[in-house]
Write a protein of this length. Structure first.
Length: 284
């Protein structure tokens, strides 16, 4: 992994700090210039930057191996998603829901002959995640920040699962995506000028799902209990609006906090499961 420091932990910490700072600067400049649509590219760009920091390369094309395929899933997903966002915004949801299916069969190609049902199940789960994260057809920037926050929480919760799944590189990749998302979204907590559109849905969320496919379908050592718990990260936030109405919460920031907190609870529980599985020998 590319980074700085005298140990892997120091290198990772330096890379995480760099991701946060670059995210703040890039997102801040776009907010200053009131450039809302280009902010759609920030999260997939963060995922690509994280990929390069972890693997220190751009894979050859056509890619060989699941990890190399992920890079091009992110690149193509970002390009297609952004193009659809500009040309036919109503088609974004259809494209976003199709991508996890295509990615599952592309990355899980070696498993198709021996465990087709596993690939199909992974594709179905990916579609469900995208459906729940995108939610309704709201155009409020506040809701776009909520979606970005849920993606960051998913990445944070999946990181220890990836480590349990014998993929330390995916662990690092997920943490760096979280750091990038933190920097990008931090200045949009109040009065957001942020767009979670086609590029974010297919490049960032779809890319993260593809990273999960490499662990679930290829290494096949992911903890099923932790994955099931993590799935609640996209289910519980569905109830955030109802909870806010019940608690008479009307201001923007508290609503955002409730939404992300509901996503974070299962992610935290997934991390606990990972630590319990490893005990004192957790390899961090």
């Amino acid at each position: 992994m590319f980074g700085f420091g005298n140990s892997p932990q120091e290198a990772l910490a330096a890379s995480l700090l760099a991701m946060v700072l670059v995210g703040i600067i890039a997102s801040g400049l776009m907010r200053w210039r009131r450039l809302m649509r280009p902010t759609d590219l920030l999260m997939p760009a963060a995922l690509l930057a994280a990929y390069w920091l972890v693997y220190n390369k751009v894979p050859a094309f056509p890619p060989v191996g699941a990890v190399n395929k992920v890079f091009y899933v992110i690149v193509i997903g970002t390009a297609v998603g952004f193009a659809v966002e500009i040309a036919a915004q109503r088609a974004v949801r259809v494209v976003s829901l199709f991508q996890p299916v295509a990615a599952a069969f592309y990355i899980g190609l070696p498993r198709l002959g021996v465990a087709t049902w596993e690939v199909a199940a992974a594709a179905t789960a990916g579609v469900a995640i995208v459906w729940l994260v995108l939610g309704g057809a709201s155009v409020r920037a506040e809701d776009d920040v909520k979606r970005g926050g849920v993606v960051a929480v998913l990445a944070l919760g999946f990181a220890p699962i990836a480590l349990l799944g014998a993929s330390s590189s995916s662990f690092q990749l997920c943490l760096m995506l979280v750091a990038g998302c933190l920097g990008i979204l931090l200045i949009h907590i109040i009065n957001p000028v942020f767009r979670f559109g086609g590029a974010s849905a297919t490049g960032a969320l779809g890319g993260l799902i593809s990273v999960a496919y490499t662990v679930v379908l290829i290494t096949r050592k992911a903890d099923p209990i932790a994955i099931a718990i993590l799935g609640l990260c996209v289910v519980l936030p569905v109830f955030s609006e109802g909870i806010c109405r019940l608690l008479a919460v009307s201001r923007q920031f508290p609503r955002l906090f409730v939404h992300i907190a509901l996503a974070a609870l299962p992610a935290a529980l997934a991390v606990v499961v990972a630590f319990l599985d490893y005990g004192s020998s957790f390899p961090v």
